[in-house]
Every structure is written in structure tokens, then in C-alpha cells.
Design a protein around this ligand. Structure first.
Ligand code: NAD
Length: 311
């Protein structure tokens, strides 16, 4: 496993990291035991970064992850969780300092740890950026000063929210999802600025939240019918070439020098074993081009959050 430094931080993250949202049964119903085994397999195989949020499975993912982490020495993993998002509707977001502090305390209890390494504001495009900038980020900065978190960052879908944040703050890292993957590489435009400013980049959803998997996208996937259809063609094309679509998606997403680490989620220990093995191999460049071409003339994005925060 390759390990990369996260921006200017002292953290060195495995190139392939573990996204714990499936522990909240967001893709399929999972048993707690298989979830716990998946986390243990990930850490045993050299994955040292785990990401979660109270939002995943309405706190269930954090609770299951906490049970898994209980038996793992704290120095074996770098843990991130998030604050601000607690559901899918606008009313389920709260970026006020009071809620942020309470949320962190609740997460620590569920995770059964004394602290997290990274705390993110979760999907800030669903907030009013003025509040995010005037209250929420300063609250995270205060938590860092107080030693309650080591580093802070923001997550989101529109690239716009990251560039706006960078205008005002020297944050430690960003977590971007679905924007550097086979179906969409638009995060690339922002990578030079992030690199120049020493802001670490965590990439998520290498498969585009299930688009490039044999099981396909979950029902709640926000992509258009056209995107889902083209993705089914992409999966078929991979299989015709004897390549697992998830392998190609993962190898493509982790293979960018400006991206520190890519999170992939699963609640199946066998998938972790496959993912770690795939991460050691380079993607088939010819097949990558063919798949990228399939997506060339369609809209691969979707709206997320307030209209004013879109790209
Ligand atoms: P993903 O692209 O990692 O896809 C997960 C899907 O891929 C699941 O259906 C899983 O079963 C499947 N999969 C994984 N390995 C597989 C394998 N070897 N074979 C077949 N299928 C396999 O998408 P994701 O889970 O949404 O993203 C990963 C993580 O990134 C999340 O768990 C979360 O931690 C983070 N994330 C954060 C945000 C945010 O902060 N806004 C958004 C999305 C994701």
C-alpha cells in the first residue's frame, strides 16, 4: 500500500482508504458482524484512513464503526467524521456552532474514541455559505485550537463551494466526491490551486456511488437516467474486456498525483481484499479511454444543495 502526505498536515494516508457509509446499510442491508469484519480486514491490509459521518444510516454507521474500532489500537488508523448534515432535506442541515459542538461530542461517544483526526463540515452547498464562513469554519478552527480535533476541512459536491472556501480560509483538506472518477473528472481544474495552497485532497466515490459496479447504482442515486444508462454500458464494456468495472474505476481514481487518498466503501471483507489488490495495479489505459469516451457527450453531474452554490 502506498501512503501519501495530506497537504500540509502531519498525516500520511493510505492511497486507498475506507469509506464507512455502507456500515449504515445505505447500499444494502448489512449485518453488524460483517461490517465489523470489513473494518478489521481493511486495517489489517494496510488501509489507515477511515471516514464516516453521523448522516450515514442516521448514526448507525458511526455506531457500528465504533464497535469495530474498539479492538484496534488508536495509532493504527486516521479517523474522520463530519458535522452539519443529518438527513437528505434542507431542514436536516445545521451548521450552527452549538450543533457542531454537540454533534462532535455525540460522534465521539458512538465511535468510542477520545478524538478524531479530521472533522469536516458535511456538504456545505446545503448551507448558506455566509453562515458556513462566519460561524461554522471559525467553530472548527476553535475546536482545533482547543485540541478537540487535529485538522479541519469541508466536503461537498459542487467544485464551486471549494473555490469559494479557499478564497477566505486556509483549511487543511477537502473531501470531494464523484468529481474525479471515470464518469467525471472536473475536480482536476481545482487541483493545482489546492496543491499550491497545501490543502490536502481526499477523493471519494471512485465508483460514482455504485455507477461502476456490477450491482449498479442504488435507487437513490441522483444521476440522470442517461448517466445511469451509459454507466450500465460502461459496466458491460468492462466485463466484455474481462475487467471488473469496480477495479478499473478504483485504479483510475487513485491514480492522480495530486490526490492524497481515495475512499471506497463496502461492507464486504472480500471486496476489501479485492480493492487492496486492485490498488496495486495500474488501470488498462485503452479501456479507460473507451469508457471516458462513453461519458463524453452527456451531462454527468446533478444539482446538489442551494442553486446559488452550484457550479
Ligand atoms: P463508492 O464509489 O465507494 O461505491 C460504493 C459501492 O461500491 C458500494 O455499492 C460497494 O458495495 C461497491 N463496491 C466497493 N468495492 C467493491 C468491489 N470490490 N466489488 C464490487 N462492488 C464494490 O461510493 P461511496 O461509498 O459513496 O463513497 C465512499 C466513501 O466516501 C463513503 O463511504 C464516505 O465515507 C465518503 N463519501 C463522502 C461524501 C461526502 O462527504 N459528501 C460523499 C460520498 C462519499
Amino acid at each position: 500500500m502506498q501512503y501519501n502526505k495530506l497537504g500540509k498536515t502531519e498525516l500520511s494516508l493510505s492511497q486507498l482508504s475506507y469509506g464507512a457509509s455502507p456500515l449504515g446499510s445505505v447500499f444494502r442491508n448489512i449485518s453488524e458482524a460483517e461490517g465489523i469484519k470489513t473494518v478489521h480486514t481493511a486495517v489489517d491490509l494496510g488501509i489507515n484512513h477511515i471516514d464516516v459521518s453521523p448522516y450515514y444510516g442516521a448514526t448507525v454507521a458511526e455506531t457500528v464503526l465504533g464497535k469495530a474500532l474498539k479492538t484496534i489500537p488508536r495509532d493504527k488508523y486516521i479517523l474522520s467524521t463530519k458535522v452539519g448534515r443529518y438527513g437528505s432535506e434542507f431542514v436536516d442541515f445545521d451548521f450552527s456552532p452549538q450543533r457542531i459542538r454537540r454533534s462532535l461530542d455525540e460522534s465521539l461517544k458512538r465511535l468510542q474514541v477520545d478524538g478524531v483526526d479530521i472533522l469536516y463540515l458535511h456538504d456545505i452547498e446545503f448551507g448558506h455559505l455566509q453562515q458556513v464562513f462566519e460561524e461554522a469554519i471559525p467553530c472548527l478552527q476553535a475546536l482545533k485550537q482547543e485540541g478537540k480535533i487535529r485538522y479541519l476541512g469541508v466536503t461537498g459536491y459542487p467544485i464551486h463551494v471549494f473555490s469559494e472556501t479557499l478564497k477566505h480560509f486556509d483549511i487543511d483538506c477537502i473531501l470531494s466526491y464523484c468529481r474525479y472518477a471515470l464518469h467525471d473528472t472536473s475536480l482536476e481544474a481545482l487541483l493545482p490551486e489546492l496543491q499550491n495552497k497545501g490543502v490536502g485532497v481526499v477523493n471519494a466515490s471512485a465508483t460514482g456511488m455504485g455507477l461502476l459496479t456490477e450491482r449498479g447504482a442504488p435507487e437513490w442515486h441522483p444521476g440522470s437516467a442517461e448517466l445511469l444508462k451509459v454507466s450500465q454500458q460502461a459496466v458491460k464494456l468492462c466485463l466484455q474486456h474481462g475487467v471488473d468495472p469496480t477495479a478499473l474505476a478504483l485504479q483510475f481514481a487513485i491514480n492522480h498525483p495530486a490526490i492524497c487518498s481515495t475512499l471506497v466503501g463496502t461492507a464486504n471483507p472480500l471486496n476489501i481484499e479485492k480493492n487492496v489488490k486492485w490498488a496495486e495495479q495500474k488501470p488498462d489505459a485503452e479501456l479507460v479511454n473507451k469508457i471516458r469516451n462513453l461519458y463524453k457527450n452527456i451531462n454527468c453531474t446533478w444539482p446538489s444543495g442551494y442553486e446559488v452554490n452550484q457550479d
